[in-house]
Design a binder for this molecule. Structure first.
Ligand code: GRF
Length: 192
């Protein structure tokens, strides 16, 4: 019975470059009955990504792709995605920019999580900039990936309050916690 339910889940690849707390969270989510996805592949652009440890821990195939040449890298990724019958992609702290060509091939099937209330604070060093600007509220966003950086259609957001004693580090921590609620919720919103 469980196997039958499992078969209905959309096969998903998670792309990472770092710690992988969102990856771990998505794997745990995907192992629940209510999840519409199963994480079947982890892609990283670097062997140094700490999140790669979850490949062994949860028995999920991993591929480390060298991005010295973007076109070759994306071709390799596409081959793996086809081989593993992957239909959905979650970017989770993936630090490489995918080409228009790649994004078009997976139109509407690539999500990203960003640690700000988009369209505010696109790009890097978000929390530092937010604190510097003395914002009172920040948060996180899950959005479709489009050919413009951090600009695809927004699926869901969660807000956090910023207090006077917050630093970029404390804010990052608070937001990451919210991210772990938001990513599964956004996936359920569009795939259920
Ligand atoms: C998260 O803050 C995410 O929003 C951003 O990169 C960070 C990745 O964290 N895109 P982790 O590797 O999932 O812990």
């Amino acid at each position: 019975m469980k196997k039958l339910i499992g078969l209905k889940k959309t096969k998903t690849a998670v792309f990472i470059s770092g710690t992988g707390s969102n990856l771990k969270n998505l794997i745990k989510f995907s192992n629940t009955k209510k999840s519409p996805i199963s994480v079947n592949l982890i892609i990283s652009n670097t062997k140094k990504a700490k999140g790669l440890r979850y490949s062994n821990k949860y028995n999920i195939k991993k591929k480390i792709i060298n991005f010295n040449n973007n076109m070759i890298a994306e071709k390799k990724i596409l081959d793996f995605l086809i081989k593993k019958k992957i239909m959905f992609i979650c970017l989770a702290g993936f630090m490489k920019i995918l080409s228009k060509n790649f994004i078009k091939k997976f139109k509407g099937k690539i999500l990203n999580i960003h640690p700000s209330l988009l369209p505010k604070y696109k790009g890097l060093n978000v929390h530092k900039r937010v604190i510097k600007n003395k914002e009172k509220i920040s948060g996180c966003t899950v959005h479709y990936v489009s050919t413009q950086l951090d600009s695809g259609k927004i699926i869901m957001q969660k807000k956090v309050k910023i207090f006077k004693n917050d630093t970029a580090i404390s804010l990052a921590k608070k937001i990451l916690k919210k991210e772990h609620e938001l990513y599964p919720a956004a996936i359920r919103k569009i795939l259920n």
